[in-house]
Design a protein around this ligand. Structure first.
Ligand SMILES: Cc1cc2nc3c(=O)[nH]c(=O)nc-3n(C[C@H](O)[C@H](O)[C@H](O)COP(=O)(O)OP(=O)(O)OC[C@H]3O[C@@H](n4cnc5c(N)ncnc54)[C@H](O)[C@@H]3O)c2cc1C
Length: 778
């Protein structure tokens, strides 16, 4: 499945100027995956450019003419200046140079394109559409302006016929696009540094809408007054489909219900006709509007309502949207990307609702000097509802200070609550530590780099007397392979949304890197924890000591006929088990359809011998390759892995220090439409049976006599709650993080269920989920 091909119409060697930005790094990922030779430069290297280096992109720090080398095409950020030496060199040598939006416009040409624009909600909506298409097996290409949590990336190339792109109005970039489907989520004053007036910005949105192709679809939210005005002006080539929460439209939602387990359920109406009950994981009301936009877009590119109903609940949101960063010393730390007063007010209102009786302190980092001026009225009032507010020095992005108002002046303008200016992150941490006490909630808010404050604060709050092992030598050794993060909150990487920090956190992009990192850890005697999708673990609040390797080694090769009618495949252990299962079914290879809804990696599936609906990995697995305790790579036959119900040599500690690198398995040819029908049937079944909300699947194994849920139900714990940890009302073997649950809450709930079942029935429930990290001793 890995043959080399190039993106149609794009030469082999491409150089990107401004590689570290969110859009250009996405383009670099897509080009590298297509097999192009990609190089790029930025003022400074960053975790993003390091991650690109690890997938084979040549990264240069600084801008110099010689970096262009033998590039056949140059792509630049919107921010690149005409006198950039690389751009000057490209012009001198006649190498074509495109701005990133011109390049994306070229990518759009070869597929059915969906572009999502709007002042707020475009990242969430673009991510929703991409996530639904990926999970429905439609293999889209997508470029989103932030990481999509459930896809683990912001960009990916796909074989399918749809491309989904976040269309950014900054620098009028979105005007380069003439999509088949154009979404406009709302139009409010923003980026007036570029547009000058709201009227100019509105005119640009109107132009974007008018560029939607003849026969295409404009999907527009008529809750927004300015969008209504633009639609009233008429004269569009595309067909208009409106959506709204608060007025009649082509697409409406009714009976919106907040689920006890987090998330929302609502019925969708298309031109007044009900088309199904949908669920999303997000709790903010406007996310229902974003879901309507995504459903309308899915409909426009031919997704069925059933496909969308089944896939939408998997969407876990974009990163940095009301995200739990961690807990320490009784303080809950959250992070949010809001940077426009409308978004900030929404975040504050949701926080107030979620943390009803708790004191809420926030640190806001203004994004650009100019916004603080033209949105000042909004900033004066949008923080109402917080108990305390710190305002951090402005994140300048591309602006000089003279472009507007600095953060100190802005802080002086905000009186509800009285804002305090802090010049540096260190100062903010010092002040926050002083202000915060057990039970308080601390938010970082802003679009710049304020997210780095949360982990710093957690580290300070939890830096109790104990001395930590110094991993700096090891960190340097691993940095030769991949980007190294310290104190990374693991709550960002588990399906529970729970977990304290990892001392060292790294991402392995392929199986060679995975093996190399493990070997370096062994050489330094450091503990290693391989993290798949984090879908079967509860990580302690203190987190994991040593090195956590996120496994993103995802290549799949094959098929090779096995000579007996079957076909053999090899997949790296970080490949998504569900995507493998779906893609194989779609291409007519049977044997893994039952796995299409299991949300982990292949490595995790080997460890637990994952299974469902009568099938398990052991049925198709031939062998795996592992790195052992001394760093040697060995092949192990499936028959020697002791595969049993949700267990293997790994769970029995016999393979404690081994890491699965890749796995080989055999599938059988079948009728692709029948296989996909089976996948859809199982999706339906899973959707009906499993609760939403953040969870880790079944908590306990079933006993030979009884399903675990029944025992828990019979001891009266259905819906029982400790803090924000809750036993699902719908399925008692699913434990849910219904807000900001800590590992301590969740473990207390697990212990309670076990104790009650033991006392009442004399049955010992065995955990299916693994408890990992400092402080858990089982
Ligand atoms: C909503 C939901 C539904 C689920 N349904 C099912 C189901 O139907 N059937 C089922 O079996 N499970 C199910 N699960 C549980 C889970 O998805 C599986 O157990 C999955 O296989 C875990 O994979 P992971 O990559 O998330 O592992 P993680 O949770 O990341 O890791 C689990 C353990 O495996 C180890 N590990 C991971 N990768 C490697 C590797 N490469 N080498 C060595 N060790 C490794 C980790 O160190 C850790 O100890 C469900 C979970 C959720 C959230």
């Amino acid at each position: 499945m890995t043959e080399e091909r190039l993106m149609p119409g794009i030469p082999r060697r491409v150089h990107l100027i401004g590689l570290g930005g969110v859009h250009l790094s996405g383009i670099a990922k897509v080009l590298a995956a297509w097999g192009h030779q990609v190089s790029g430069s930025d003022m400074q290297t960053s975790p993003t450019t390091d991650a690109l280096a690890s997938i084979g992109v040549t990264v240069f720090e600084g801008h110099k003419a010689e970096h262009i080398r033998d590039a056949e095409l140059v792509v630049t950020t919107s921010a690149a200046k005409p006198d950039n030496p690389e751009l000057v060199e490209a012009h001198a040598r006649g190498i074509p140079a495109l701005k990133r939006h011109e390049f994306i416009a070229k990518m759009l040409e070869s597929k059915t394109s969906v572009c999502v624009a709007g002042t707020h909600g475009k990242t969430t909506t673009t991510g929703m559409i991409a996530s639904m298409l990926v999970r429905a097996g439609r293999a889209p290409t997508y470029l989103v302006g932030g990481d999509v949590l459930d896809l683990g990336t912001n960009a990916e190339p796909g074989d399918g016929d749809v491309i989904v792109v976040e269309a950014d109005e900054y620098d009028r970039a979105f005007l380069a696009y003439a999509p088949n489907v154009g979404v406009v989520t709302n139009v409010e004053p923003d980026h007036l540094d570029i547009y000058g007036t709201f009227a100019e910005l509105s005119a640009a949105f109107r132009q974007f809408m008018s560029q939607v192709k003849v026969g295409g679809t404009i999907i527009a939210c008529v809750d927004s007054a300015r969008v209504r005005e633009l639609l009233d002006e008429g004269g569009f080539a595309g067909n208009v489909e409106t959506y709204a929460l608060d007025r009649n439209a082509d697409w409406n939602a009714r009976d919106i219900e907040a689920l006890a387990e987090g998330g929302q359920r609502f019925e969708v109406l298309h031109r007044g006709e009900p088309v199904g009950i949908f669920e999303i994981k997000m709790s903010i009301r406007h996310d229902v509007a974003n879901a309507l936009a995504a459903i309308a877009a899915g409909h426009a590119v031919g997704m069925t309502f059933d496909e969308m109903r089944l896939t939408l609940p998997n969407y876990a949101g974009a990163r940095r949207r009301f995200e739990l960063v961690g807990e320490a010393s009784g303080v809950t730390v959250m992070d949010d990307y809001a940077h426009h007063p409308t978004e900030v007010a929404d975040t504050v209102a949701t926080a107030r609702q979620r943390f009803t009786d708790r004191r809420i302190v926030a640190c806001f980092q203004p994004h650009t000097y100019s916004r603080s001026v033209y949105l000042l009225e909004g900033f004066r009032t949008c923080f109402r509802g917080l108990d305390e507010l710190l305002v951090l020095a402005t994140y300048a992005a591309r602006e000089p200070e003279s472009a507007g108002m600095d953060a100190r002046a802005l802080a002086g303008e905000i009186q509800e609550p009285n804002a305090r200016f802090v010049a540096t992150f260190e100062e903010a941490v010092d002040l926050a530590v002083e202000m915060l006490g057990p039970g308080d909630v601390f938010f970082t808010i802003g679009a710049g780099d304020v997210e780095e404050l949360g982990p710093m604060l957690l580290e300070r709050l939890s830096r109790d007397k104990q001395t930590r092992t110094d991993y700096s030598d090891l960190a340097r050794a691993i940095a030769e392979i991949t980007d190294v993060r310290e104190h990374e909150p693991l709550s960002r990487h588990t399906t529970f949304g729970i977990g304290g920090p990892a001392d060292i956190y790294v991402v392995a992009k392929n199986s060679d890197d995975l093996a190399d990192i493990v070997i370096r850890c062994r050489e330094h005697d450091a503990p290693v924890f391989v993290l798949g999708s984090g879908s079967n673990i509860l990580v302690s609040d203190k987190g994991i000591r040593g090195v956590v390797i996120e496994n993103r080694a995802r290549a799949v090769t094959g098929p090779e006929p096995d000579g007996e009618g079957g076909f053999r495949f090899r997949a790296e252990s970080g490949a998504s088990f569900a995507s493998i299962a779906r893609n194989f079914a779609r291409h007519g290879y049977g044997g893994l359809e039952w796995a299409s809804g299991i949300p982990g990696t292949l490595g995790g599936a080997v460890v637990f011998n994952a299974g469902a609906y009568g099938g398990c990995l052991g049925d198709v697995l031939d062998s795996i390759r592992v790195v052992n305790g001394t760093g040697a790579v060995k092949q192990v036959a499936a028959a020697d892995l002791d595969l049993v119900y949700r267990g293997s040599s790994f769970t029995k500690s016999q393979y404690e220090h081994r890491v699965v690198i890749d796995a080989e398995f055999t599938l059988w040819p079948g009728d692709d439409s029948e296989l996909m029908q089976r996948v859809r049937q199982l999706d339906q079944k899973r959707l009906a049976a499993q609760p939403r909300g953040r969870n880790a699947g079944s908590i306990f194994k079933n006993t030979p006599q009884h399903p675990a849920w029944r025992l828990i139900d019979q001891v009266g714990l259905r819906g029982h709650r400790i803090g924000d940890a809750m036993i699902s009302e719908q399925h008692c073997n699913f434990f849910i993080n219904a807000g900001a649950a800590t590992a301590t809450d969740m473990k207390a709930l697990i212990d309670l269920a076990r104790d009650r079942v033991r006392e009442q029935f004399g049955v010992e429930l065995e955990l299916e989920v693994s408890l990992v990290g400092e402080g858990f001793d089982e």
